[in-house]
Write a protein that binds this ligand. Structure first.
Ligand code: GP9
Ligand code: MN
Length: 400
């Protein structure tokens, strides 16, 4: 009943963190362009393969962005849709199955809806069937005005590979759709080419495949490189169109692309003897950028964080108060934020320790520690997952 939400509101109140006053409202009235980057993991950033940069554009972008190098995906079986849920609500998605299917009828107070209340137009651009992941239903619940699905794109044999429309063509065809919208807008792009099984045509291969016993990992590098290229072209086009200067950009990897099934090949790439449970957690880091054109105080931020922190971050950048919004994340720029992330399986990461699969590790050297060193963080993680699940399963925002 309605009293159930009190516990959640109390927890939220105790953990509220004030925004950084220098950044609060810095992007007020600007378009927000969110780029959900398919299967992009942090281990490729600033790395080379056969002497070639894997992500040259994304590497350069770090220099004029806030880049978060300890940022984790928090998804489970719902993959892309889980990341969308986390970003829209600052709530956890389900530990199994897909919340987009099971709880599309819930009451939410999601980011698109909130931004609409502030005069924004909210949309998603993604060249797939609208019913995939039950998006057409869920997007209504989250408050989107528009879903530019596959029917808005010209998709044919020549411009498709793997799962569908190639990223370069997707972005190019999206320019007109973007321009058709009222301003300011909040628009999320979901890329597709860097999706398992990472298929690519010869003409789009700008880097070699890796050489290991995993065809999946081998093919991953050329498709990541291709996505990086598509992003570069997209930014160039946005500059040509004058859209770039009037927008801010949030870029993040949606979830892992390479599962632990490929650990042997992964250890070869990473030059490690083996991939430990600690390494496995660290491999769940995904790139996260806040890029504000014209902004100069950029830096690499090491705060441990995750996708659940994106909603409060965007709200504060736009000058919106989050005090009364039910969120389990914290603004990435909040000076008092605790450096901390909990993954959907209950693993917890801080600056110094990682708790995973029942063990507590010291990050710096991988040494297994006494559980006491992780207990407070493990308990906090378990509580947050429990409260978030309670809200989800009880549809508790109905009472708020
Ligand atoms: C499908 C795309 C990929 O529309 O978002 O979904 P995923 O398999 O990554 O969850
Ligand atoms: Mn995905």
């Amino acid at each position: 009943d309605s009293s159930d939400i009190t516990e959640i509101l109390d927890y939220r109140k105790d953990n509220l963190k004030d925004p950084d006053p220098d950044l609060f409202g810095i992007a007020e009235g600007k378009n927000v362009i969110v780029l959900s980057l398919e299967s992009l993991q942090s281990f490729v950033i600033n790395e080379t393969l056969d002497g070639e940069e894997i992500t040259p554009f994304l590497n350069d972008l770090i220099n004029d962005s806030y880049y978060f190098d300890n940022f984790y995906h928090q998804t489970a079986q719902g993959k892309t849709s889980d990341s969308e849920f986390l970003v829209a609500n600052s709530l956890f998605a389900r530990d199994s199955g897909s919340v987009f299917f099971t709880h599309a009828g819930n009451e939410y107070h999601a980011l698109p809806e909130i931004l609409k209340e502030s005069g924004y137009y909210a949309s998603v651009l993604h060249a797939n069937n609208k019913s995939f992941w039950n998006r057409d239903i869920m997007y209504d619940s989250l408050g989107y005005d528009q879903f530019f699905d596959i029917t808005y794109y010209d998709v044919n044999e020549e411009n498709s590979v793997g799962w569908g429309l190639k990223d370069v063509d997707f972005f190019e065809q999206s320019i007109e759709l973007l321009k058709s919208q009222p301003k300011p807008y909040y628009s999320k792009f979901i890329t597709l080419t860097n999706h398992f099984p990472f298929e690519l045509e010869e003409e789009d291969r700008f880097i070699n495949e890796f050489d290991s016993n995993s065809g999946t990992l081998n093919r991953y590098f050329p498709t990541v490189r291709y996505m990086d290229h598509a992003l570069e072209q997209f930014f160039d086009r946005l500059k040509e169109e004058g859209i770039y200067e009037e927008s801010i950009f949030i870029l993040y990897g949606d979830h892992y692309g390479i599962s632990d099934y490929h650990n042997k090949a992964m250890s070869l790439f990473l030059n490690k003897e083996e991939i430990t449970d600690l390494d496995q957690v660290q491999l769940q880091r995904v790139p996260m950028y806040v890029h504000i054109p014209g902004h100069t105080n950029n830096e690499i931020k090491h705060t441990v964080s995750g996708q659940i922190d994106i909603k409060p971050t965007i709200m504060h950048l736009l000058g919106l108060d989050t005090t009364f919004d039910v969120q389990f994340g914290t603004d990435l720029f909040a000076p008092e934020r605790s450096s901390y992330a909990v993954l959907r399986d209950g693993s917890v990461i801080t600056d110094h320790v990682v708790y995973t699969k029942g063990s507590c590790y010291r990050k710096i050297d991988g040494k297994e520690l006494d559980q006491l060193n992780c207990d407070p963080f493990r308990e906090r993680g378990a509580l947050e997952l429990k409260l978030s699940d309670k809200l989800l399963y009880g549809d508790l925002l109905r009472f708020y």
